[in-house]
Write a protein that binds this ligand. Structure first.
Ligand code: APR
Length: 244
């Protein structure tokens, strides 16, 4: 299939409903955020084990905080892009039944998506790493200790070495095991266990579509692969949905 045929086929699948969206950092680059593994991605210039792990938080807090503020924090002026908005529209129209995301930026929710499951947590709420009590974003960014116990404040993201949230894993399991179409948007699909869910969807008989600028390890099992920008491709898909 050529580009146009792929957009028409995806339009047909989305209109048929029971669609699950699986997103990665590549969906948010068109909002001005960096992804992780593109050639200029975050991990091209930083070691995740040294800067985004539990060890970094506990033993190297100042460096952890500086890295987080410089590279992971998403200020309010960062807005959802057309890709987030189309996904939210498809949920409102009853085509998309849920979103599984690896992203911590909450741009899906800010675009209007409701059934969103964050496998890697999210920036907020800020909490104390020692006592678990809430902290303010301002105190966290200023490096102010927990006002209850003096411990380190941290975001609610899943750091390397931490378990993924059980509820999100269960929801992702249920969604990927029961959908008719599973659409990957902007993920290199190299991080587990997140990259298990596209496989599970395929094993349960779903159609698998991957929209990603670069090749992924799962391209070989996908029914549709598109190595183009997400915003443009989803806009074209949306156009064909209106025509059919
Ligand atoms: N359109 C389509 N694809 C894009 C776009 C775009 N506009 N921008 C980037 N991409 C693609 C890149 O080519 C890359 O293959 O998105 C993919 C993003 O892959 P990663 O940077 O590896 O991000 P992700 O898959 O979300 O990483 C998973 O790794 O470090 C952890 O916790 C982190 O959640 C993250 C996880």
């Amino acid at each position: 299939m050529n580009y146009e045929e792929k957009a028409k086929e995806l339009a047909r699948l989305v209109r048929a409903g029971d669609v699950v969206i699986f997103s990665g950092a590549g969906l948010s680059t068109e909002s001005g955020l960096q992804d992780f593994r593109s050639k200029n991605g975050i991990w091209a210039h930083a070691d995740p084990a040294r800067l985004a792990s539990v060890g970094a938080l506990e033993c190297n807090y100042d460096e952890f905080l500086e890295f987080y503020k410089a590279r992971l924090y998403v200020p309010d002026e960062v807005k959802p892009n057309i890709g987030h908005k189309i996904v939210a529209k498809w949920e409102k129209e009853g085509c998309v039944k849920g979103v599984i995301t690896q992203n911590i930026d909450r741009l899906h929710q800010r675009a209007g998506s409701v059934n969103v499951w964050e496998l890697h947590g999210s920036l907020e709420p800020i909490k104390c790493h020692s006592c678990g009590k809430p902290g303010s974003n301002e105190d966290f960014l200023a490096g102010t200790p927990c006002k209850y116990c003096g411990g380190h404040l941290r975001p609610s993201v899943v750091l390397f070495g931490e378990m993924l949230p059980q509820r999100a894993l269960e929801a992702a399991d249920e969604l990927s095991g029961s959908c008719k179409t599973f659409i990957v948007l902007g993920s290199s699909l190299v991080v587990s266990p997140a990259n298990y869910f596209p496989r599970q969807a395929k094993m349960h008989g779903a159609k698998l579509a991957i929209v990603n600028l670069e090749e992924t390890p799962l391209d070989g099992i996908a029914d549709i692969t598109v190595h183009e920008g997400i915003g443009a491709f989803l806009s074209d898909t949306e156009k064909y949905m209106r025509q059919q």
